[in-house]
Each structure stands twice: as C-alpha cells, then as structure tokens.
Ligand binder design. Structure first.
Ligand SMILES: Cc1cc2nc3c(=O)[nH]c(=O)nc-3n(C[C@H](O)[C@H](O)[C@H](O)COP(=O)(O)OP(=O)(O)OC[C@H]3O[C@@H](n4cnc5c(N)ncnc54)[C@H](O)[C@@H]3O)c2cc1C
Length: 449
C-alpha cells in the first residue's frame, strides 16, 4: 500500500524498549512524533530469542519506572513473552503513536532545507528529526572461522529455540556469555553431549548477602559507569535468571557433564581447535566474581548495612578435569557432534540510514545519542552514555536526555519561525510547533496500532 507523503516533527524507528521509552518522553514533553516498527512492539523479545529465556535481571529491576510487571513476582525473572507484553502494556498506558508493520528503508537529509526524507514500506515521510531505536543487537554474527561443512547444522543463538530443533547428537556451543551458557545448560539438561567454548568473561554472583547483583551494580555505581575499563571490549558477561536465577559457575557446568574448552580457534577437516586459554579465562572470571564480593563488603561496611554475612560465597571449588587437562582439538564426527550453536554476538546494521552520522569505520558518531548529523539521534546502543544504556532500565534515562535535547532544538526553531513571521509582518504567535507539526494529523490518519 502506498501512502501520500506526510510529515512529522520526530520519527522514531523501532518499537522495542528503546522506541517505547523514547515515545513516552516525547509524549510527556508534547513533541509530535510517530514510531515506526517493521514487525510488532518488542518483536525481538517475542521471536528473536529462545523459548525458555527469562530476563537476566529480577522484575523489580528490569523494567521502566511507573509500571510494574503484571503477574511476575518482583524478585522473579520475567519470561520473555511477559517482557514483550510489558512493553505493549506500557505503550498502551500512554497511547503511544506506534505504527507496526512498517519498515523504514531509507533516510536521507534534505538538500537546502531542514529535516529528512524517509522511505518506508508504506510510503514517504518527512521528519525534522529521526531517532534510531533499532536495537543494540541487530545482525547475528557468525565468525569467518565457521566450517564450510554441510554435514553439520550451524545456527546463531538468535535462531536457537529449543533442544528439539537440533538434530540428534552432540553440540558445540561457541561463546561463554549469558546466551552461550544458558543454551549449553539447557542442551545438556535435555540429554545432549555438550562442549562449551569459553572466552574472556565476567561472572557476577547472582546474589550476595541477600541482594541481587543488579542491586549491587546499581549501588556501586557500575551501571552508571561512563566508559568501559580499558581492554574489556571483548569481555562478555555470564549471568542467568533461568530456573529461578543462579550464579553462573563454569565448574558446576563441567561437573554437570558439559566439557569446557578454550576459545575456538579454527576448523580443519572436521577438527575443531581451541586456544590454550581456558584455565586463564576461568581464573579471570573468578577474579571478577571475587572483586564484586569485595566491593559489596566494603560498601556494606562503609554504609553500616545490616546484610547477612555470606563467607561460603568465597569458596571456589577445585578445577574440573576439562580445565586442568583441556582439549586442544576435537574431531567433531568422532565426538558425535552434529551441531554448532554460535553464541558469538551481534553487529549493528545501519544500511538504511544514509546520513553523515558515522565515523570512518562506520560506527555511529554521537554524544550521549546526539549524532554529529544534527537531527539524528541514536538510542539503545551499548555504552551510549553508560554501561546500562542497552538495558531496559538504562535506555529510559538516555531517552529522557534525547527528548530534552529535541525540545531545546524545537525552541530555537520556534524562535526562528516567529522572527520570520514578524519580518513578513505576520502577527501569529508561535506555540512552539513548527510548520511540520501542523501536518501531524495526516500521520495519525495512517492509523497507529
Ligand atoms: C538473549 C538476550 C537477552 C537479554 N536479556 C536482557 C535482560 O534480561 N534485561 C535487559 O535489560 N536487557 C536484556 N537484553 C538486552 C536488551 O535489553 C535487548 O537486546 C533489547 O531487545 C534491546 O531493546 P531495543 O529496543 O534497544 O532494541 P530491539 O528490541 O532490538 O528493538 C528494535 C526494534 O526495531 C525494529 N526495527 C529494526 N530496523 C527497523 C527498520 N528499518 N524499520 C522499522 N523497524 C525496525 C525491530 O523490528 C525491533 O523491534 C538481552 C539481549 C539478548 C540478546
């Protein structure tokens, strides 16, 4: 269906948690806007993740202000469908102008006049500003070392749903972050022989002294850290809310029957080879775990918090055989491995955004989400302003900052519009709405759902 060209002050692309948070702040500040979502609200929580996934943080924490989860205990971990339902309910709460089933295909800056022209799957839109809320995890990445072997089933964690989806036989799971660990655990519990390739990782305790790690990272200021510690770019975080939540402990996974291996290096003639870094990766993960306990104890002492001592949390069990005598290679066929699950992360994809908002490496160039191209904003990216930026609670604050920036820019433009009217002898007072805003009703004629 083609629609007439129409205009809006601010166009938000994507209606995941970032798009919904953005819409809430813009609505609150009276900024006319429209959110376009190519699928459904919070689609990635519905269809971009495995069936048994629950939130990594407890429901009291992994949510927006002003709305609690329906039917989820605040200390429990919301199943992914309920996370998606939560964002739908949140959008309904303030009647967010979200149009689903419309894909943004191209954005270009207008020549010689303000704003952007946006091509969508349903026609063309003009907008003064565009907020890019298309997610921190857009394109699943499988590294080039993946074997070209048609006898193996290979999927990315984004396409993993449940153990029954994989052919009979063993599975090599590559990646020791939250996804890899949880998928490996589920496969092993379903009776599969599992090899888990573990790289550099952090593994905070699920809870310590009666408080979830989300609480500790909050009070210790870690979610608000503005820059990543040097050398941590490739360090993933291994946490799990599965089965009521537990600390990710690689030794426990090994004792349960999973064979841990180091970072996957290469595949040659059906043989996988691994780096010799497994014990070191596990030891670094322990260091991270223990350092959080130290910081938590120091915080509790300094602030006189009456929290139960938990000395047993510091007991680190002995390394299992697969860590002390690690495999350096694995003949996949001989080991009965028929599938590989690549839990190796995601890349960004802004191929539809043809504006000057990127650096020479194609990375978004921005300050707290305000892009170097005036009028373009990024939201929801990892470390956009702080460590929490790509997470549910963090995106809220970044959306607020961007909404404030937009309001300020609108004020400057309103002043320009007023002064132009005066110069032309007009007497009309500006309400702060720009000429683009007066055509907002056309947008709502498209229908929002
Ligand atoms: C396995 C996994 C578990 C996670 N668990 C948690 C957790 O427990 N707690 C937490 O806080 N965070 C968690 N996260 C991190 C983060 O919260 C999620 O990735 C979340 O989905 C990010 O929300 P978003 O709105 O920024 O992006 P997305 O949810 O990816 O939403 C972006 C939306 O944009 C749409 N879109 C993209 N391109 C276009 C286009 N061109 N036109 C129109 N629409 C478009 C997409 O369809 C999508 O709906 C998890 C991430 C993963 C991968």
């Amino acid at each position: 269906m083609t629609v007439e060209t129409t205009s809006i002050d601010t166009l938000v692309v994507g209606a995941g948690q970032a798009g919904v948070a953005m819409s809430e702040h813009l609505s609150r500040l009276g900024v006319p806007h429209l959110v376009l979502e190519r699928a459904r609200i919070a689609e990635r929580w519905r269809t971009g993740r495995w069936d048994s996934l629950v939130a990594n943080g407890p429901a009291w924490h992994d949510r927006f202000p002003n709305l609690e989860f329906a039917d989820v205990d605040p200390d429990a971990f919301a199943p992914k469908e309920q996370v998606a339902d939560y964002f739908v309910a949140y959008a309904k709460k303030f009647d967010a102008p979200i149009r689903t089933g419309v894909e943004v295909k191209n954005v270009v800056r207008n020549a010689g006049r303000q704003g952007f022209t946006i091509e969508t799957s349903e026609g063309t839109i003009e907008a003064r500003r565009v907020v890019v809320a298309t997610g921190p995890f857009q394109r699943p990445v499988i590294p080039p070392i993946a074997p070209q072997d048609s006898s193996l089933t290979q999927i990315h964690s984004a396409d993993y749903r449940n153990p029954g989806q994989l052919p009979e036989g063993g599975v090599l799971v590559v990646g020791g972050g939250s996804s890899g660990v949880q998928i490996a655990d589920e496969l092993q519990r379903a009776g599969r022989r599992v090899y888990l390739s573990v790289g550099a990782h952090d593994r905070p305790p699920r809870a310590y002294r009666g408080r979830d790690f989300c609480w500790w990272l909050g009070v210790l200021g870690e979610w608000d850290a503005e820059v990543m510690k040097p050398g941590r770019e490739h360090v993933t975080i291994a946490v799990s809310g599965a089965r009521g939540g537990h600390t990710v402990d690689f030794r426990r996974l090994a004792n349960q029957g999973i064979t841990l291996v180091g970072l996957t290096k290469s595949f040659d003639n059906g043989v996988a080879t691994f780096e010799t870094d497994l014990a070191e990766n596990i030891a670094r993960g322990d260091e991270n775990y223990l350092s959080l306990l130290d910081a938590a104890d120091a915080y509790a002492a300094r602030n006189g918090l009456d929290l139960p001592e938990e000395p047993e949390a510091r007991v680190i069990p002995a390394d299992p055989e697969c860590v002390t005598h690690p495999l350096h290679d694995l003949d996949l066929a001989k080991a009965g491995v028929t599938s590989i699950v690549w839990a190796t992360g995601y890349a960004l994809d802004f191929s539809w955004l043809n504006v000057d908002a990127f650096d020479e490496k194609g990375k978004p160039k921005h300050q707290r989400g305000v892009a170097k191209e005036p009028g373009i904003y990024f939201l929801g990216l990892p470390w956009l302003s702080r460590r929490g930026s790509a997470f549910i609670w963090g995106v809220w604050h970044d959306a607020k900052h961007i909404a404030d920036h937009i309001v300020t820019q609108r004020k400057y433009l309103a002043y320009y519009d007023d002064s132009q009217r005066h110069a032309q002898g007009g007497s009309e007072q500006s309400t702060g709405n720009t000429s683009a805003d007066s055509r907002v009703h056309k947008v709502s004629e498209l229908g929002v759902n």
